[in-house]
Design a protein around this ligand. Structure first.
Ligand code: AMP
Length: 558
């Protein structure tokens, strides 16, 4: 048999099993994240059967983390970040303090030394970027105010982690040696870390902001799409790597900065997004690699500590974030999303736990409890998120706060009849909607992007937020009594799903759909569309018309 390298083996086993268990989880109507974690446990060293290389899976997962944070940065401008400063800085610091205190209480309850309780609490206080990003992506909230708040919070937690990694070794050394003269070393380490962080930020904003877009423009001139994608990927990876290696900034924060620089120009932002499909495959490996680290027997050995620390994460981090956000005047919905989104732990906690073990502050068993807490909190998170959305769907909105423009997601069925249902409010949908409104049509828009829906509602246009391919979303559009369904989205597979459901709901409905390939036209007609407009054909027609009208034929060749 041919020899397969461990890297290829880990990739194949990790991605293959994640796909298998992810699909299974989807069939059981639970989050695919749970499936990925289970795939990890199955190939991990603590369960019998196939075994993949845990350290290699962890390294591949780091690439996923870089690409994810880069993608988040692409949706975040410096202005967004500064606008949230006053909430997220005091909020996250208070939350970290509360969770550390709860962690220390857990330590006291089960009889650990104070320093162990502190390091344990610190590890519990930092949420996982990957889990939060996936949850917000799934709920289409990455670009919303709630999403930005949760992310701003994470960034502050990230800075806290960087500081902790720098100052914990000298503090602990001073404590154990009984010296008080450690203050100078401590101040030096802390000052050095802050200085490196500041230099990195200044370099990115003063130099990177000019050099990076200029580089992309230059590469665009070469006309090679492959080189362009490679350039974007290089920017994300190199900035993250340099941040971590030379500036003591985490890989995640470095990649986030790189994305944020590109978000300043819409052109670069859109171009960069094209390179992100890689991200999802690597992010999946993140969950598989966490599953692999998990020793399920720790739950049987230390049930009390595991349950208490899970409560510390949910109450300490989630509860504090909820209370802080609410007390700054944001709505119940916003506070709940931020609280639930942050109520889990992952990659940063492992890094801190490893440091604790290296310094001798934590035992291996305590590290295992942190891992168990992480797995359980990631398992629970999709369920908490779903419960929170159900609360939102029922319209649980205590006094809506004036400063929060985001209204509660509206999932009540529409009362419109004889209306036009428009799916997708992008370049195509926008033009349609404006004209339909002018012609006096009752209009219902279904749109995936939360911020677009918020803007439509602010203009008094009825809009449902969600993926129209999901039955529940179309179910509340009253298709049975609508006159026309316009499917103005670019993805042929999703459009086919929507057309099929629309036809089932109303055999008389006039359905017009958008396509970009001949095969899509056939697919959509087969699923019940009356008319399919092929975008490229219409462009060609309009261009031809232009040429014919402006430049009358002058005759044959000479
Ligand atoms: P464009 O290609 O510029 O016309 O944009 C398409 C629009 O449709 C974007 O605003 C997307 O957010 C939206 N969209 C794409 N797929 C779906 C879907 N399955 N359900 C609802 N909205 C969608």
């Amino acid at each position: 048999m041919q020899h397969v390298s461990p890297l290829v083996g880990t990739l194949v086993v990790g991605i293959g099993l994640a796909f298998l268990f992810g699909t299974l989880a989807n069939r059981l109507r639970i989050s695919p994240l749970v499936g990925y974690l289970v795939a990890g446990v199955v190939v991990g060293p603590f369960t019998p059967g196939i075994m993949a290389d845990a350290s290699m899976a962890g390294q591949l997962a780091e690439i996923g983390l870089i690409l994810l944070m880069f993608g988040v940065g692409l949706h975040f401008s410096l202005k967004d970040l500064l606008a949230l400063w006053t909430v997220v800085v005091p909020g996250a610091i208070a939350q970290v303090a509360v969770t550390i205190s709860l962690g220390m209480l857990v330590g006291l309850a089960v009889g650990w030394p104070l320093a162990a309780g502190f390091a344990f609490g610190l590890a519990l206080s930092i949420s996982s970027t990957v889990v939060l990003t996936r949850a917000l992506q799934g709920a289409h909230l990455l670009d919303s105010q709630r999403g930005h708040l949760a992310f701003g919070w994470l960034i502050v937690q990230d800075v806290v982690t960087i500081i902790a990694l720098v100052v914990m070794p000298p503090i602990y050394a001073a404590m154990t040696s009984g010296e008080t003269a450690g203050i100078g070393a401590l101040a030096g380490a802390l000052g050095g870390a802050m200085l490196r962080l500041a230099i990195f930020a200044v370099l990115m904003f003063a130099v990177g902001k000019r050099v990076i877009p200029a580089l992309l423009h230059y590469i665009a001139h070469t006309g090679s799409r492959e080189l362009f994608r490679l350039a974007v990927l290089t920017i994300a990876l190199v900035v993250a790597f340099a941040a971590a290696t030379y500036f003591g900034v985490s890989l995640a924060l470095g990649a986030f900065f790189a994305g944020m620089i590109l978000s300043e120009s819409e052109l670069s932002q859109r171009a960069a997004e094209e390179t992100l499909p890689l991200r999802d495959a690597f992010a999946v490996l993140f969950f598989v690699s966490i599953g692999m680290l998990f020793d399920p027997y720790v739950i049987a050995r230390e049930p009390v500590a595991v349950v208490l620390s899970l409560l510390a994460v949910i109450i300490g981090t989630g509860g504090t974030a909820f209370v802080v956000v609410r007390s700054f005047g944001y709505s119940f919905t916003t506070a709940l999303t931020v609280g639930v989104g942050l109520a889990q732990i992952g990659e940063f906690s492992f890094i801190l736990a490893d440091l604790g073990v290296d310094l001798g502050m934590l035992t291996n068993d305590i590290r295992n409890i942190i891992l168990a807490t992480s797995i359980l909190s990631i398992f629970l998170n999709p369920a908490l998120f779903a419960a929170a959305s159900r609360l939102r769907a029922r319209g649980v909105e205590l006094v809506p706060a004036a400063s929060d423009p985001a209204p509660a997601a509206k999932l009540a069925p529409t009362t419109l009849t004889g209306h036009a249902v428009l799916v997708g409010y992008g370049r195509v949908g926008q033009m349609l909607a404006e004209n339909l409104i002018q012609d006096g049509w009752p209009l219902l828009v279904i749109e995936d992007a939360a911020d677009v829906v918020e803007k439509l509602r602010a203009r008094g246009i009825e809009a449902i937020e969600g993926n129209a391919a999901q039955g529940m979303v179309l179910g509340i559009a009253n298709l049975a009594r609508a006159r026309v369904l316009i499917v103005a989205i670019p993805n042929g597979f999703e459009a086919g799903q929507i057309v099929e459901q629309g036809r089932r709901a109303n055999p008389e409905l006039d359905i017009v759909a958008r396509a970009h390939f001949d095969a899509e036209v056939d697919h959509l007609i087969a699923h019940g569309a009356n008319t399919v407009i092929m975008g490229e054909r219409e462009i060609a027609r309009a261009m031809l018309e232009h040429v014919k009208s402006r430049l009358p034929r002058t005759g044959g060749t000479s």
